[in-house]
Design a protein around this ligand. Structure first.
Ligand code: 73E
Ligand code: PLP
Length: 820
């Protein structure tokens, strides 16, 4: 139990909140009100630790990490916070005494979804690990009014519903008006002379007031509470009604609108660059505010700006926060009047960049006219960075214009953000070993050759506190009973579970827990989808954002293939299997949305067909998000990680499945490579082309899906069902686009861009191997347990320690609480 926690005090606090906030007694309260009252009571416990942590940071004059990210996919806070203050048992008891169930109260909290998928969730796991390890860190982001949309499925189609997560307020956040700053857009840059030096001033601009809201990030059982700081935008000048100056009035209205729109909504594109002006505004808005505030905070108790990098490090979560490089330069040049070289030295010793994807459609390239119009002073600085960077390239490769062209920051009318990030950072890292190798040898080869020392790998990780301790309490408790609770803060200890994989009784207990978790998911599916699924069937799960490279299409095509086989031969020897999907498609991504419709169309036909004896069920779980992800991982038997090799930089869902005892059915892509290395190839089902083969085909051509179509009648039959109305009798042409994408050359792309038909047979084979393997229950239990036992590497605690060792160089801080 946490030091600062006292049951009676806590109960009083809940009752007090109920009365004070809602003018109600507990008996009259709705579950939602109870959630709020409990959350405020938990915050009350956290606050003292939060204050103590920051006092300690100040006292020790620590070096601080700023994790700059457009996305933080936090998921619900209440349950996690209760776990991390180590008071779950006590809170549960207090609530029971008051007549409430903790789980039901937790379910009242909206999922704060200020992120799309893996990238945003990684940021959230990192914050959890940083606090738990006691490292001084801020997450800096945007307080989107609307987060990731909620997904409804209507008639098989995705419908997007706004996510008004702040509707009832957020009990954990604190508005910090005292740290508000101004962020300027547009206008022009004027030069004035001051002390014999040029000075650049932005004039005729519009601006907004950035106001931070702080959320506590509670470390596990260590009294450390870090901060997630998300910025809201407010209008800078209130209307003066007596103003008769039309110019002023007009400007006031525009600034009001700017403030309103800038933080209105999260762009719902995962792994895709939209190129919208508003997105660039969002980027500069939160970066300018965060960087200004970091500099100000540093100068509050330091004299010398030249040593800024000794106490501060900025990690750029992909290229989205890259304007931090020119923004820090601007502050050093214009506000602190430093010379270029000294400013550049500080900047490039402060910034580090993480690359998360090699998908070309995700590369951020801003048109110069847009960029320079919106950020005139920043653009000037980028021009000078580019000029000097090109000089460096020429110095290194005299006369080699190809090198200059390929690495330039400004090229072809565009600002290439990745190049700016690399030039402005002292570290560039990929997110899994294979991904980093591809960066070094293919995508960023020229940069790697010129500055090999910058490049390093940091294989992603996940927090076991949320995805095992909170999400899978049955398994967590069982593991702790077997091997003790060290794994909670030191996941590699979980290897002590391995010997139990040899013990029949333990295997049985393990499988019983899996079964109970499947029952829990089946109940969720019944409640939310109205579909009955059999918890004794194999739960074969693919949950992640919908993207062509992730190949949900290959999965559902294979279900169609199996269904054909069963129709031909109803007595086919096949274990009952439930194919579970969960995926949001970006609102404008037509083919992804059509794939969702296809999955639901197949589900409609297959689930109703009594002739196949319930051997196949297909379920599409609506609104995949962090809170139901926890339930889904815990219940999975088979983890589908089937991206085209080389395309998934890492994946983190794959790690969460492993931790919960699912077996990976996957390609040699991203972190799957390392998962299989840890778990043993014999405890996973690997198939498909290697990344080298894929890259070779992409470079040299020579793949023709039509050959497969012509020679493989079973695949042909499945594809024909896309266009003969088999799954869409009311509109046989409905899935024509999917059919075309596999067989006909698309505008600039080869047909079957993601090699679905090429990998299909090998996938089918791997799937049938899982069916065979599942028949040997003892073998399966052992393999699943070994996956859990070998998951130690994939804790985000390890990832963070590597970032600290190689990049951030932070010191651990201990926080002692004073006696109340
Ligand atoms: O492989 C994942 C990776 O596990 C990768 O696709 C994802 O990042 C995860 C965490 O490292 C990712 N998301 C984005 N780029 N890579 C992205 C790009 C643009 C907008 C939103 C997200
Ligand atoms: N979305 C949610 C809600 C998640 O929990 C995860 C898991 O890490 C992801 C997206 C990323 O999944 P994947 O790594 O499979 O793309």
């Amino acid at each position: 139990m946490s030091m600062g926690f006292d049951k009676e005090t806590f109960k009083k606090s809940v009752l007090f909140n109920m009365k004070n906030v809602f003018r109600k007694t507990v008996e009259e309260a709705t579950p939602e009100q109870m959630y709020q009252a409990v959350a405020y009571a938990v915050k009350d416990v956290i606050i003292d630790e939060w204050i103590a942590t920051h006092k300690e940071y100040e006292k020790q004059d620590v070096k601080t990490l700023y994790y700059l990210s457009m996305e933080f996919l936090m998921g619900r806070a209440l349950g996690n916070n209760i776990i991390n203050i180590m008071s779950q048992k006590e809170v549960k008891e207090v609530l029971e005494e008051l007549g409430f169930d903790l789980n039901a109260i937790e379910d009242q909290e909206p999922d704060p979804a200020l992120g799309n998928g893996g990238l945003g969730r990684l940021a959230a796991c990192f914050l959890d690990s940083l606090a738990t390890l006691g490292y001084p860190a801020y997450g800096c982001g945007i307080r989107y009014r609307y987060g990731m949309f909620k997904q409804k499925i209507e008639n098989g189609y995705q419908v997007e519903v706004p996510d008004n997560w702040l509707m009832n307020g957020c009990p954990f956040e604190i508005r910090r008006a005292e740290y508000a700053t101004e962020v300027k857009f547009g206008g022009h840059v004027n030069t004035v002379w001051e002390d014999g030096k040029e000075r650049f001033v932005q004039e005729g601009y519009q601006s907004v007031r950035a106001v931070p809201y702080d959320m506590p990030i509670v470390g596990y059982g260590n009294n450390v509470v870090n901060t997630l700081r998300i910025w809201d935008a407010e209008a800078i000048n209130t209307f003066s009604l007596d103003s008769f100056d039309r110019g002023d009035y007009q400007k006031a209205v525009e600034q009001e609108n700017l403030a309103k729109t800038i933080v209105e909504v999260l762009y719902p594109n995962d792994n895709h660059y939209a190129g919208k002006e508003l997105r660039l505004k969002q980027q500069y808005f939160f970066i300018s505010a965060s960087v200004q505030r970091a500099v100000m905070k540093y100068m509050e108790n330091h004299e010398d700006i030249h040593r800024f990098h000794e106490k501060n490090v900025f990690q750029l979560n992909d290229t989205h926060p890259t304007v931090a490089v020119p923004e820090l330069m601007r502050i050093l040049l214009d506000d602190y009047r430093l010379g270029w070289d000294e400013a550049w030295e500080i900047t490039t010793k402060t910034c580090a960049y993480t690359n998360h994807t090699i998908m070309s459609e995700a590369l951020e390239k801003w048109p110069i006219d847009l960029f320079s119009r919106l950020l005139p002073r920043i653009y000037q600085i980028v021009e000078e960075i580019n000029r000097r960077f090109q000089e460096k390239i020429e110095e290194r490769y005299p006369g080699n214009q190809d090198k200059v062209r390929s690495m330039a920051i400004l090229y072809d009318g565009q600002v290439r953000m990745a190049h700016l990030a690399i030039a402005g950072s002292f570290s560039v890292n990929g997110v899994a070993r294979l991904h980093t190798e591809i960066l070094k040898n293919q995508e960023l080869k020229d940069f790697y050759e010129m500055m090999p020392g910058k490049f390093n790998n940091k294989t992603n990780g996940i927090t076991q506190r949320r995805f095992l301790l909170h999400g899978n309490p049955l398994l967590a408790e069982w593991i702790t009973k077997k091997i003790g609770g060290d794994w909670i803060v030191d996941l590699p200890h979980i290897r002590r579970l391995a010997p139990y994989a040899e013990d029949p009784k333990s295997r049985q207990e393990f499988m019983d827990i899996k079964y109970r978790n499947k029952v829990r998911l089946a109940a969720y599916i019944k409640e939310h989808n109205g579909i009955d699924v059999d918890p004794r069937s194999i739960f074969d799960v693919q949950v992640k954002r919908l993207h062509e490279y992730k190949r949900q299409l290959m999965n559902i095509l294979h279900v169609m293939y199996l269904y054909n086989q069963l129709k031909d031969n109803p007595y086919m020897d096949m274990l009952p299997r439930t194919f579970i999907f969960g995926a949001k498609a970006a609102a404008g991504y037509k083919r992804a949305k059509l794939t969702i419709k296809l999955i639901n169309a197949v589900a409609e036909v297959v689930n109703r067909d009594r002739s196949i004896g319930g051997k196949i069920k297909v379920v599409f779980i609506e609104d995949y998000k962090v809170s139901n992800a926890e339930i889904i991982f815990a219940a999975a038997d088979v983890s589908e990680q089937i991206s085209t090799a080389s395309k998934e930089a890492s994946g983190t869902g794959n790690m969460k499945f492993m931790l919960n005892g699912a077996l990976t059915l996957g390609t040699m892509d991203g972190a799957n490579v390392e998962i299989v290395e840890e778990a043993g190839a014999e405890n996973a089902f690997i198939f498909g082309m290697s990344s080298d083969e894929v890259i070779r085909y992409e470079k040299e051509g020579g793949y023709d899906p039509m050959e497969i179509f012509n020679s493989d009648s079973e695949i042909r039959r499945v594809l024909m069902q896309l266009i003969n109305g088999y799954y869409s009798p009311e509109d046989p042409e409905l899935f024509r686009d999917i059919y075309n994408s596999l067989l006909n050359t698309q505008s600039s792309d080869r047909a079957d861009t993601y090699f679905i038909l090429k990998d299909f047979r090998s996938y089918a084979d791997a799937r049938s191997r899982t069916d065979q393997a599942y028949r040997d229950e003892a073998w399966w239990a052992k393999a699943a347990m070994l996956n859990v036992a070998c998951s130690g590497k994939f804790t985000s605690d390890r990832t963070i320690e590597e970032y600290v060792r190689d990049i951030w160089h932070l010191e651990k801080v201990k926080v002692e609480l004073e006696e109340p």
